[in-house]
Ligand binder design. Structure first.
Ligand SMILES: NC(=O)c1ccc[n+]([C@@H]2O[C@H](COP(=O)([O-])OP(=O)(O)OC[C@H]3O[C@@H](n4cnc5c(N)ncnc54)[C@H](O)[C@@H]3O)[C@@H](O)[C@H]2O)c1
Length: 329
């Protein structure tokens, strides 16, 4: 039997690149696809030397063609941080809707199983805590975050429709805040933002009074959960995330301690629709996938901090992703 082939969209991004590494390690033939709108080829450059890896620079919101057989598709292409999707709102809506539709069509044509990357943002600013998969969410469709949240909600709906009506094999992972090497320092997510500020000797900015909570999952744990979900037979959404919850203020203090700096915390107004609480209920992942997170925050933060420390000064001070000018018109 030949090697199984997997198509990974968003392959040059943070999570997509780690998925490429994992599937290469598991002995798959990997086809990466990305338009590089928020990704970086540096994340996958080591794979270009490997025979079983191929890369297509392509926007998946337009028709997607891949020659030959495909066994699995992992759809991870999408701007994912608030800074990104506020700058490129239309592209965000398109990749969640048109992009997902194109990839579902491709999966159907190839008789492949598809797993789509959804998000805890489908719960919006949740009224239920911790969030179970049965909770429908509290999303403002016309608020600034609506472009991302609603694109992902549509993505889930169309994925379930293909499952129900076309009997396509589908998987939906609802990812809670994940961190690790290859995140961009300037992407506006709280963890790289704090570490970047600490490394530049700036005070750490907390939005609101810092009492809002988040739960951070180290990327190795997430990738393991996604791998198990893909190979399971469960078609409905599954939360994957770490259920150890921390307030943003406590988290800022942890980063200051870790970096050994003496920065202060400064407070700014809370952005519109910023969720106050985030903590996954992971009972389904435990029961169905036998999965639990293994890496605790102190260990994961140390690895991530060492990665950010190794970046160049240029990366440390870069304000904007280098491809935005090409796309924002
Ligand atoms: N990192 C997290 O904590 C998190 C949480 C929830 C959900 N997710 C989801 O996981 C996926 C990956 O997120 P990430 O953190 O790796 O973000 P990322 O920005 O690092 O990666 C996304 C990748 O998708 C590519 N992309 C975007 N639009 C595209 C298009 N139209 N065609 C082709 N490629 C395109 C980008 O260039 C980038 O390489 C996203 O779907 C995101 O919504 C991530």
């Amino acid at each position: 039997m030949g090697k199984k082939t997997v198509l990974i969209t968003g392959a040059a991004g943070f999570l997509g690149s780690h998925l490429c590494d994992r599937f290469m390690k598991e002995g798959y033939r990997v086809i990466g696809m990305d338009n590089l709108i928020t990704g970086d080829l540096k994340n996958i450059e080591s794979l270009f030397k490997v025979a079983d890896f191929e890369f297509y620079e392509h926007d998946v919101s337009t028709f997607v063609h891949v020659p030959g057989n495909l066994d699995y598709i992992l759809h991870f292409a999408s701007p994912a941080s608030p800074i990104d999707y506020l700058k490129i709102p239309i592209q965000t809506l398109k990749v969640g809707s048109l992009g997902t539709h194109n990839l579902l069509g491709l999966a159907r044509a190839k008789k492949a199983r598809i797993l789509v990357a959804s998000t805890s943002e489908v719960y919006g600013d949740p009224m239920v805590h911790p969030q179970t998969e049965e909770y429908y969410g509290n999303v403002n469709p016309v608020g600034p975050r609506g472009v991302y949240d609603e694109a992902k909600r549509f993505q889930e709906a169309i994925t379930m429709a293909y499952h129900t009506y076309h009997k396509l094999e589908t998987r939906i992972v609802r990812i809670f805040n994940t961190y690790g090497p290859r995140m961009r320092l300037n992407d506006g997510r709280v963890l790289p933002a704090f570490i970047g500020q600490a490394l530049r000797g700036e005070d750490l900015t907390v939005f609101g009074d810092g009492s809002q909570t988040r739960s951070f999952c180290y990327m190795d744990d997430l990738i393991e959960g996604i791998y198990r979900l893909l190979l399971s037979d469960y078609p409905k959404p599954v939360n994957i995330g770490n259920n150890s919850e921390i307030t943003i203020k406590e988290f800022a203090e942890e980063v200051i301690k870790l970096t050994g700096t003496d920065q202060k915390i400064i407070y700014k107004p809370l952005p519109t629709d910023d969720p106050m609480q985030r903590k996954p209920d992971i009972s389904k992942a435990i029961d169905i996938l036998g999965w639990t997170p293994k890496v605790d925050r102190s260990e994961g933060l140390k690895i991530t901090f060492d990665y950010f420390k190794s970046l160049t000064k240029e990366d440390l001070y870069k304000k904007e992703h280098n491809t935005f000018e090409k796309y924002i018109r």
